[in-house]
Design a protein around this ligand. Sequence first.
Ligand code: FES
Ligand SMILES: [Fe+2]
Length: 449
Amino acid sequence: MDRKSKSTNSSKVQKILEEFQKDLNEGITNIGILNDEDLYKTELEKVFVGNWNYMAHDTEIPNTGDYVLRYIGDDAFIVNRTDDGEVQVILDICPHRGASICRAEKGNSSHFRCPYHGWTFKNNGDLLGAPAYKEAYNGLDRKKWGLTHAPRVEIFHGFIFACLEENGPSLEESLGGMSWYLDMIFSLQDEGMEVLGEPQRYVIKSDWKIAAENFSGDDYHLMTLHKSTYDIGVMQIPLKENMKGYHIQAGNGHGVSFSIDLESEDPLFFFYPEEIVKTFNLDNLSEKQLELARGSRVCVGNIFPNISFLMLPLSPDPKNVPPTPLFTWRVWRPIGPGEIEVWNWFFMYKNTTEEFKRSSYRSAMSTFGIAGTFELDDPVPWEAMTKNAKGTFAKKNMKLNLQMGMNNIGSSKQVTDWSFPGIAYYPRFEEGNQRHFYKRYLDDMLKEK
Ligand code: FES
Ligand SMILES: [Fe+2]
């Protein structure tokens, strides 16, 4: 691209973003921010490079030498455990000529050998040797030609994150108030969580922001889009009752939403059966975390930019099987303008019976698995929105509404005596979490680099 068209593109991006910024103050967005090639490139550089990205879970690579292949945007990384037990995130590119060195999605290996000319690396990334080394490379400074590591890697309750910038906030700082809520979920058991099965992957033609803002706090869509699934009784909480709860802007663009009954006489704990609740170590939780967990029915959230999660009880077969709690954790990996590869993991607390893990997995697969009753619904409007964003007239003119719960629209109000982190609204007929998400999006996108 020549310099002139590059600067035309960046001023086009700037114009879209500045207009969006003005509109957002009024709770308005526009369809033009979706599915735009120039915005997409800027997002990869400004949103995904600078933030913490989820890579894998400790329990996916339990043994030394274990590795999985993962992605941040359009870059591939090997996430592995070295002989010292350390977790590394290594760019899957051979420094000789740039071929990919990792040829499987997962495995166990002490070394990686590039298939092109055979440069061989230890699994900590050091260059060990190459074919006909003496003749070909005698004198090469091997230390300089190892594999490239992600600049920063941090682990939160077994969840491995990487950041592609050397400097910036730590994972904990970046999670802001969200770390408190995640800590509440992950600390319920001393043993923490483990992954169930393999992550599922599939491609949909949706802009990543649509999925992220949906999980930030779009409980409202359940009443229409998921009504047919809901009506067969997959969950024991009536739809309107389920809207009773909080939307929490957890800082830094993160949003979390709870269906909750803080006054409940019986402890709810997401409807985990009593034998599972017995395995919880409630001393791990602060008094306030315990108060929240005790009244929780459903928790759904998005960690900015594109990591979403959901804990709730669902039944795979409402007439015959009671709802079982499940936990889905997903990444909306952008793979092009208006296109994502969905990565979907299911987790369960480690110290539970195999039978319980199986029934949680069964509930999860039948609802939020790749062919799940809920999972199949969402791409329909998401893909339509993404497609509509390409319309020549729509792109320029179509404004969208994000005003629920602001300026006295609707019934939701800010909770003035909220004693947990973040800013909360009650009930969940509200779109403040989405506005919070987009505000952070704009902060990143308009940042000078
Ligand atoms: S590109 Fe890897 S050894 Fe040549
Ligand atoms: Fe949905």
